[in-house]
Design a protein around this ligand. Structure first.
Ligand SMILES: Cc1cc2nc3c(=O)[nH]c(=O)nc-3n(C[C@H](O)[C@H](O)[C@H](O)COP(=O)(O)OP(=O)(O)OC[C@H]3O[C@@H](n4cnc5c(N)ncnc54)[C@H](O)[C@@H]3O)c2cc1C
Ligand code: SF4
Length: 335
């Protein structure tokens, strides 16, 4: 065990002034595991779990604000989220287990680290854990790894389900730091690995996520979160699809599709979505769109199957969304 200082933040200001040397502890479901495995060795742990950032409330623009410390369970089952953003509820409930969702927070979900086996195995080289040491997954066992946006330095994926739905919904992350408040759109929050795979996101050291804002666009009628994995529960996505459509007169009026399990960040290509606009919701149109969304996909050997799996998953998710397939028994329609 590496010694570390521990303190509890009494206020948001307290947490923010802790500065760049501090590591925040929220639900601890990822961070504590990383510390036990010696993957992460924080010198100063600041417990933020009691800060008043647990509210889920309506915004005056018709959107909803999710507190960074609201748990994944409280978020998924919150009435505002269930009724206005069933895509998000479905995605959260597809992740982890009931026990984990009771502890895991929204801010922590955004910042959970990759599940690449080598990242957790301190006996192997890993550029994300130890910059410059090499990437054991390239040429190694890489069944769960990325097919899009990879680099010579890292081929890891971001493991979150929640973030895939947040990307499709164009959520905005509210941040507070020593230099004040700022916000980042989901599109720009997570990074591709490039030459610095140790940096997962654009959050600066010492900055605190305070909330996640969901814009007013709801997609309550035509949505799907499809997660394909090795087991039906308690497993990370090999490929997942968050699909949201608006249909009018048998044509697609609006379309958002984001993928999980395929890249270092939730994968979405807005230009490709233009192919769907004005089109009839047919398998042919969905398959053409899938090819555009997956343009440039490259397998690493063991994960070559993911390209075809993703192609089929995109088509299936869009077909389900177009049909208005119910996802959650508890979802009520918005009046
Ligand atoms: C066995 C297992 C299975 C899982 N399966 C899935 C799955 O299928 N799908 C899925 O999406 N997830 C899954 N998870 C991951 C789980 O959702 C995350 O561990 C959880 O969301 C992290 O939240 P936390 O509050 O526990 O974060 P913590 O572990 O406390 O923190 C994680 C990171 O976020 C930082 N952090 C936390 N809150 C803030 C904040 N407000 N501001 C700035 N930094 C912050 C911490 O410093 C740390 O670096 C699984 C986890 C486990 C252990
Ligand atoms: S894929 Fe990324 S996280 Fe995995 S070993 Fe390579 S550098 Fe490390």
């Amino acid at each position: 065990m590496t010694p570390f200082a521990f303190e509890r933040a009494a206020s948001v200001e307290d947490a923010v002034t802790a500065g760049s040397g501090a590591t925040f502890l929220a639900g601890g479901t990822n961070l504590i595991d990383l510390m036990k495995e010696n993957v992460t060795r924080p010198e100063r742990l600041v417990d933020i779990s009691r800060l008043p950032l647990k509210n889920i409330e309506s915004l005056t623009n018709g959107g909803v604000r999710l507190g960074a410390l609201a748990t994944n369970a409280d978020t998924a089952w919150n009435e505002l989220v269930e009724t206005r953003y069933p895509l998000l509820s479905s995605a959260i409930l597809a992740g982890a287990s009931a026990q984990l969702r009771n502890a895991a927070t929204n801010g922590g979900n955004l910042l959970q680290r990759t599940r690449c086996y080598y990242f957790y195995d301190t006996a192997t080289p890993c550029n994300k854990r130890e910059p410059g040491s090499g990437c054991s997954a390239i040429g190694g066992v890489n069944r769960i790894h990325a097919i899009l946006g990879t680099s010579q330095k890292c081929i890891a994926t971001h493991p979150s389900d929640m973030c895939v739905a947040l990307r499709a919904l164009d959520a905005v992350i509210q941040i507070e730091g020593r230099d004040g408040k700022r916000q980042l759109p989901m599109a720009g929050f997570h990074r591709l690995p490039g030459d610095t795979p140790d940096q997962d996101s654009e959050l600066r050291p010492g900055e605190l996520i305070t909330s996640i804002d969901l814009p007013p666009e709801h997609f309550t009628q035509h949505y799907t979160y499809l997660k394909l994995r090795d087991r039906l529960s308690y497993a990370f996505a090999l490929v997942s699809v968050a699909a949201a459509l608006k249909l009018s007169g048998g044509r697609i009026e609006a379309a958002r599709v984001a993928l999980g399990g395929v890249a270092h960040k939730p994968w979405r290509v807005e230009d490709a979505e233009k192919l769907l606009l004005g089109a009839s919701p047919t398998d042919k149109v969905f398959a053409e769109f899938a090819d555009a969304l997956l343009f440039g996909a490259i397998g690493q050997g063991h994960n070559d199957f993911k390209i075809e799996l993703a192609r089929r998953a995109i088509t299936r998710a869009l077909r389900q969304a177009a049909r208005g397939t119910p996802q959650l028994q508890t979802v009520k329609s918005v009046s």
